[in-house]
Design a protein around this ligand. Structure first.
Ligand code: PLP
Length: 481
């Protein structure tokens, strides 16, 4: 459902033109909640003044392309909350005295967001709520009282078993459940690994440059120096590792973040050889390998060298980061150290979530979910690439056809921060790429466009707004060549 403000023109003296209602996704409940949120915000910040008449539910529903129930329920909730009042014969109005009196004197200039491109997140509206609820409830029902206790640092056997089967089949990971640990996401797996390595005397870990900036900070916060190593279109510069004094490296071989590069077969071999030669650990970040659109993803590196690679993944991209679920399949020699770190960190991951995920995977629901959402994200990516080509001449989308984000290299003379700030002012939330580089000051200007949660119209509009801003910028786009 796309953005609409045409209700403004159909209702004289009713809906001010700056009340944009942006509805994305599907499902009566999700749409109703979004509409309610937008209307409540408009009353709170004074865009909808007390006494303003709202469009009849039928008109607004038609305009937004949603069922009338969505609008009726949203109005009903807001009447219940005291924001609106419904009078027989005269429709629905903003209640006199409803919130917003203070802010009306100082109307908010910030427009409703046109597009949110932040982070490589999945679409929350696509979370399989019903299935999750069903599996969560079944897990709780089946759980004996005595197991409502500390879950243990390794994680639930049911989930480790399900993961070990699934990852072997889909990613070529070689691990048995006894050697796996469940964590509260990839980030925890990384931090625990750093602590375990530091306790063994490892003081430095090589990281891709650029890599997810937050993880570089997490490594340093765990007491390990993060040493940047350049990434090109074939992945990390493996040969550079031999010149460094590091005991580990963090890589995302299937889809480097944010560049989108895949580690080439030749470099995969040389990376493993380096780790064997130097007695080093490779931490494999397999965060979004399920989303490869042109072919199946390259298999996990871990399958080639389970003695040297700690394989780690998460549910943050496939399902939701809200779950805080991840896992790690480390080499045998690291298992006990990680268990120790996990105990000290949090005494184990929340049990019921683990059991629900185990059931989702074992029932085939996880694979079905991925089959449902993959084409959605693929289309969103295609729309993003088309819009980048149309509206951002001179910019280059990098990386393979995969994931929930696309990295856009901007012309050298473009001021990344200015573009990001101006876009925010116009309601387009987008992330600059600089903070993913070790040296932000010399980072080439880029944007990371997370298209996962945005609808196709929002992607198109958001990128067209970015293009308009750039064209008006002092230097302007300068098409290459
Ligand atoms: C490169 C990369 N790896 C992994 C993750 C997921 O981390 P977590 O599982 O802790 O949410 C992210 C999240 O943004 C990421 O960007």
């Amino acid at each position: 459902v796309s953005i609409s403000n045409s209700v403004a023109s159909t209702q004289a003296n009713a809906f001010p033109a700056d009340v944009l209602v942006a509805l994305e996704g599907s499902g009566t409940r999700g749409l109703r909640a979004q509409l309610e949120h937008e209307l409540r915000a408009a009353v709170q910040d004074g865009r909808l003044a007390p006494g303003t008449r709202l469009p009849p539910s039928r008109t607004l529903a038609l305009d937004l392309g949603v069922s009338r129930t969505v609008v009726v329920e949203a109005y009903g909730h807001l009447v219940g909350d005291g924001y609106l009042e419904a009078r027989q014969g005269s429709g629905t109005r903003v209640r006199p005295g409803a919130a917003g009196a203070a802010s009306r004197a100082e109307p908010r200039v910030e427009p409703a967001p046109i597009a949110r491109f932040i982070g490589g997140l999945p679409d929350p509206a696509r979370f399989p709520r019903r299935e999750w609820q069903r599996h969560y409830r079944a897990a709780l029902d089946a759980l004996p009282d005595r197991e409502l206790a500390y879950p243990g640092p390794h994680g639930a056997v049911a989930l480790r078993t399900a993961l070990s089967r699934y990852l072997r089949r889909v990613r070529g990971v070689v691990s048995d459940p006894q050697r796996m640990l469940v964590t509260t996401g990839f980030t925890q797996a990384l931090v625990l690994t750093c602590r375990a390595l530091r306790a063994r005397g490892v003081g430095a870990m090589a990281v891709e440059d650029p890599c997810f900036g937050f993880h570089r900070h997490a490594i340093e916060a765990a007491g390990v120096r993060a040493v940047p190593v350049a990434v090109d279109e074939h992945g990390i510069d493996v040969d550079r590792l031999g010149e460094l004094s590091v005991g580990a490296v963090l890589v995302a071989p299937a889809h480097s973040y944010p560049s989108g590069a895949v580690l080439s077969p030749a470099r995969r071999g040389r990376l493993i050889a380096w780790a064997r030669r130097c007695d080093a650990l490779i931490v494999e970040d397999d965060y979004d390998a399920e989303f490869r659109y042109d072919r199946t993803a390259v298999g996990a590196l871990q399958g080639l060298a389970p003695d040297r690679v700690a394989y780690a993944g998460c549910a943050s991209k496939t399902l939701s980061p809200a779950l805080r679920l991840g896992w790690i399949a480390p080499p045998d020699w690291l298992v006990d150290d990680l268990v120790r770190e996990k105990v000290f960190d949090d005494m184990g991951t929340a049990l019921l979530e683990q059991l629900a995920l185990a059931r989702l995977i074992e029932s085939g629901g996880f694979t079905r979910h991925l089959r449902r959402v993959r084409p959605v994200y693929r289309r969103r990516r295609d729309v993003a690439l088309e819009a980048i080509a149309a509206f951002l001449p001179g910019a280059t989308a990098t990386g393979v056809e995969a994931g929930l984000h696309v990295c856009v290299a901007l012309p050298r003379d473009c001021d990344e921060q200015q573009l990001v700030d101006a876009a925010r002012e116009k309601g387009v939330l987008v992330e600059g790429g600089a903070w993913h580089w070790a040296d932000q000051d010399s980072a080439p200007p880029s944007l990371v466009i997370g298209y996962g949660p945005a609808s196709e119209p929002a992607i198109r509009r958001g990128i067209s707004v970015l293009g308009a801003i750039y064209r008006e910028s002092p230097s302007g786009w300068r098409p290459r060549g």
